[in-house]
Design a protein around this ligand. Sequence first.
Ligand SMILES: C[S@@+](CC[C@H](N)C(=O)[O-])C[C@H]1O[C@@H](n2cnc3c(N)ncnc32)[C@H](O)[C@@H]1O
Ligand code: SF4
Length: 357
Amino acid sequence: MDTKATPYSSLKIFAHAEKLNQIHKGERVAPLYVRLKPTNYCNHHCYYCSYADSELGLRDIVNKQDQIPWDKMQEIISDFKDMGVRAVTFSGGGEPLVYPHIIEAIQGMKRAGVETSIITNGQLLDGERAKELKDAKWVRISCDSANAETYARVRKIPLDAFQRVCDNIKEFARIKDKSCELGINFVINHENADQIYDMAKLSKDLGTNHIKFSARITKELFEYHELFKDNVMMQLHRAQMELEDDKFKVINKYEGDFDTAMVFARQYHRCYINNLVTTIAADCKVYFCHDKAYVSSGIVGDLRQKSFKELWFSDEVVGRYQEFDAMKECQHHCVYDDRNILLNTLYGLDENQINFI
Ligand SMILES: C[S@@+](CC[C@H](N)C(=O)[O-])C[C@H]1O[C@@H](n2cnc3c(N)ncnc32)[C@H](O)[C@@H]1O
Ligand code: SF4
């Protein structure tokens, strides 16, 4: 478990003890946080993308044409306001900044009192879009190459895109509010494994607050990474030693990914997280969580038939959550496994003994 005080800390969950206690007692509460995928269309074509790589077998069909119609998005925003949803991340599916109503959607969320964040490839993080995001809680740019050639090859896009993205990051770092955490997510694969230190250096030079390194999730994960893992670790440690300071952090999720990525079973029946964090995807469907997005067995319901609020509090859906059994239904990777383990342990403690710390 990651116990460092970074923006990615698993321990943030304990700041929401009140809601967790309600969930534990079986009460239905509004979700705290929603991952929202406005469109499945993407302007990049990364060869390793889990939404496009059918061999990886993580998703059922992801229809590139799907996007949330604007009237449905407005209804979702209004429901978030009524329900008291606290935070949203615009992500993909595809690339959220190509969504034609992204500026209005961000504005709407802010007016509704919902904290905003985005995961983007950064190519369109400019002009009005950048201005609208400068007071977001966080902006995370997915970038997996320290030079234009690798970037263009991995993403199957023209050579000049890399410079545009670097310029956008630099300019965004200049205009953003101090409270907006700007980070890069660098997915390590065989194409870029020798660029770890260079990319951390570039990230710092561009003015970001952190760079996070994670592993490309692929079949034969260990065998795939074995070829370059030692070299990656050496560069990561060097980057941490030489580049970290008060303003810039190098976050190593890479090593932890090997512990979690191959855990395909849950040791508990109860998922606390899916009551608190949910996913609305570009196909207008609500999914139990991010790991279940675009998987038919993970569908909670369809927003083309009901509003989000109606669906979330409907008897049928509340009953479905009560019946939900993580041990039976989640025999795959779970990004929230560590938090569910902590919560199931906490709520499993003997009440007669809890004061004897
Ligand atoms: C699928 S993208 C969607 C949002 C946006 N288009 C972007 O590029 O940030 C979200 C994140 O998932 C990561 N990702 C996609 N496939 C992956 C894989 N097989 N292993 C690890 N990360 C992956 C991407 O690198 C990106 O940071
Ligand atoms: S995969 Fe994890 S977060 Fe998703 S429903 Fe299962 S236990 Fe909950």
